[in-house]
Design a protein around this ligand. Structure first.
Ligand code: HEM
Length: 176
């Protein structure tokens, strides 16, 4: 994916491993497909960024409902990324990611992804394999959280990928 794909003005020259937030490459082949689709657009909103490795970065909004020791609760992030292609037929909005971890599951969700209505309806896009975090200079980091497409995320990608399709891993950094 070239820099022109997202527009050089939106490229953050930062190392996401040192900034509190969620970093996600989504799915390489989907981004490659968009890059090959004429007139497609990727836009960032509400503080979201993109790294030099073309991963999307969402700033940490609230970690107060997450218990790192127990490994459960909710991590909330802000910002959004929007993908548009095929004259608007393809419209994917990934807005305000949350990670919800329980004893049995871990889920990455976004607010209602198919519309611009900023409701609190959430869509579970990816199931996560939740590792224990590492202590890194006063922060908790999760260098690689494996992700797979969850059932509610299938329609989002036009039923192209099946449930369980491997997505890119997530990286997280949360202040202690
Ligand atoms: C006019 C409407 C559309 C047309 C003509 C179209 C066409 C295509 C074509 C030709 C491919 C294979 C091309 C390639 O791999 O480079 C493809 C793949 C794909 N399309 Fe579409 N598409 C349309 C709408 C959509 C919509 C609404 C979505 C929803 C997100 C979507 C998601 C995908 C995905 C996820 C792939 C597979 C990408 C990959 O991982 O390789 N498409 N589409």
């Amino acid at each position: 994916m070239s820099d022109e794909f997202v527009g050089s003005e939106t490229l953050l020259q930062m190392d996401p491993t040192v900034v509190a937030g969620l970093t996600w490459g989504l799915k390489r082949s989907f981004l490659g497909y968009l890059a090959r689709t004429p007139m497609s657009q990727v836009s960032l909103g509400s503080g979201a960024g993109v790294t030099t490795q073309s991963e999307f970065w969402f700033p940490l909004a609230d970690a107060s409902q997450f218990d790192v020791q127990r490994g459960d609760g909710v991590l909330k992030f802000s910002g959004n990324v929007r993908f548009i292609g095929h004259g608007g037929f393809l419209h994917v909005l990934l807005d305000r990611p949350w990670i919800e971890v329980t004893a049995d599951s871990a889920l990455l969700s976004f607010t209602e992804c198919r519309t611009e209505d900023p409701t609190d309806q959430r869509m579970g896009v990816a199931s996560l394999t939740w590792p224990t975090p590492q202590d890194d200079q006063g922060d908790w980091i999760w260098p690689e959280v494996p992700t797979a497409l969850a059932s509610a995320g299938v329609e989002l990608f036009n039923d192209v990928y099946p449930v369980g399709e491997a997505l890119e891993p997530i990286r997280l950094r949360i202040p202690q």
